[in-house]
Structure formats: C-alpha cells, structure tokens
Design a protein. Structure first.
Length: 129
C-alpha cells in the first residue's frame, strides 16, 4: 500500500475564488461524490472523495491555495480501485502525508516522494541515466 506519489494537476482556478467555490468546482468535476475526509491548512486543503455506491474507492485531492490548483494524488501501488477512509487514515497517521500537504509546492509531477507506513516521506535522488 502506497509507494511513489503520482501527482496530476486537475485544473487551475482564479485567485478570486474562495475555497468553498474551488471545492464546488472539484465536486462538479468528480460528478458530486461524498466528502469522506477534509483537512485544512493555511496553504492547502486535502480531501478524500468517494461516490456513495463505492465508499471504499476514494480519490485523494489537494488544493494548493497559493497556486489555486487542484491536484489529484495517487500512488504507484497497484491499488487501482482507490482508497478507503481507513487507508486514508493510514496515509495520514503512519506515512506523515500531511507534512507534504502542508507545503503543497512539494507535490509536483516531477517530485517523486515515496510514502511507506511507519516511515517519514522520502524523496529519493534521481537515478543516473
């Protein structure tokens, strides 16, 4: 479970939009799922969203307040069905994911963080070509 983070930029928003407006646009984009987890920081918001008919198949999104962009966070762990609220709690409590969320500029497609339960987030150096 978990592993290397894969970050995908979903969409950019206007700097004039509130977090509530940004969240409404994400919910519309994701076809109105239920919000299972919501954690706010001055710099970001992280949510776990899932549809009522598939509560254990949630997607993780991070809103970077400074860049006004929603990011979809997934992992190279072959968990193709998404994440349950219990798995999200492991990510938060055992993988220290919130350390990255609190500084959302660390979450980028070119920044390969690696998360494992019981360890701090690791950012391995690029491999030589």
């Amino acid at each position: 479970m978990f592993g290397q983070i894969q970050v995908t930029r979903i969409f950019q928003l206007s700097k004039h939009e509130t977090v509530d407006e940004a969240t409404a646009k994400l919910l519309q984009f994701a076809e109105f799922p239920k919000i299972h987890r919501w954690i706010q920081f001055p710099t970001s918001v992280v949510v776990l969203l899932a549809h009522p008919d598939a509560l254990d198949c949630g997607a993780i999104y991070v809103y970077d307040r400074k860049r006004c962009v929603w990011l979809w966070v997934d992992f190279n762990d072959r968990n193709y069905g998404g994440y349950s609220p219990a798995e999200f709690d492991v990510l938060i409590n055992q993988c220290h994911f919130l350390r990255l969320v609190a500084s959302p500029s660390l979450l980028s497609p070119v920044n390969p963080w690696f998360l494992t339960p019981g360890q701090q987030p690791q950012n391995p150096p690029s491999l030589p070509v």
